[in-house]
Design a protein around this ligand. Structure first.
Ligand SMILES: [Zn+2]
Length: 181
């Protein structure tokens, strides 16, 4: 059942808001949808997440009650532990009147894995790291004579071109150019 919250009417509201005007605005709970189906179907009031292939970072999307999709969790919105999105969501599609507080059902915050690469602390959102990705984080152009070592409580070893390693908290990665053998 949706809960209602008192919301201050934002200035510049399309239908001419008055200063100090308050209205009852509903908090809508939005169900999760499968990412594969999200753009293919005209789904209303649902959310899903996708993962950036480059950074491993999660992008969250939601649809309004008219089925317009928008990205969340960027610089404009934050999502708390319970999935409550703040501030309220205004649909960016021209002519759409959707404006509501939303809660993403089943949303769990994602904590980064903390690793150290060449002495620098870095937050990683990838579950595994490839040789090329480690080189990129270290700022080294992959070339013959480069070597990468990794060490954590669980494992240690050498990362060769084409290899990937599971990233765990506290992992120390060192990438260096050791010269052509
Ligand atoms: Zn809309």
């Amino acid at each position: 059942m949706p809960t209602t919250v008192q919301a201050h009417r934002p200035t510049g509201f399309p239908d001419g808001g008055r200063a100090g005007y308050t209205r009852i605005m509903q908090r809508v709970t939005i169900k999760r949808a499968h990412a594969q189906a999200m753009f293919a179907e005209d789904r209303k009031l649902c959310w899903c997440s996708t993962r950036d292939k480059e950074t491993g970072k999660r992008n969250v999307w939601m649809s309004c009650d008219q089925g317009h999709w928008a990205g969340l969790g960027n610089d404009n919105h934050t999502i708390d532990k319970s999935g409550n999105v703040s501030p309220s969501v205004v649909c960016a599609t021209k002519g759409c009147k959707f404006h509501s507080y939303v809660t993403l059902q089943g949303h769990r915050p994602e904590a980064p894995t903390k690793v150290t690469i060449n002495g620098k602390a870095i937050d990683i959102y990838l579950k595994t790291m490839s040789y090329d990705q480690a080189m990129e984080y270290a700022g080294i152009v992959p070339a013959p004579g480069c070597s990468i070592t990794y060490k954590s409580d669980q494992a240690q070893g050498i990362l060769a071109p084409g290899d990937t390693v599971t990233v765990v908290d506290g992992m120390i990665i060192n990438a260096m150019f050791t010269g052509n053998a």
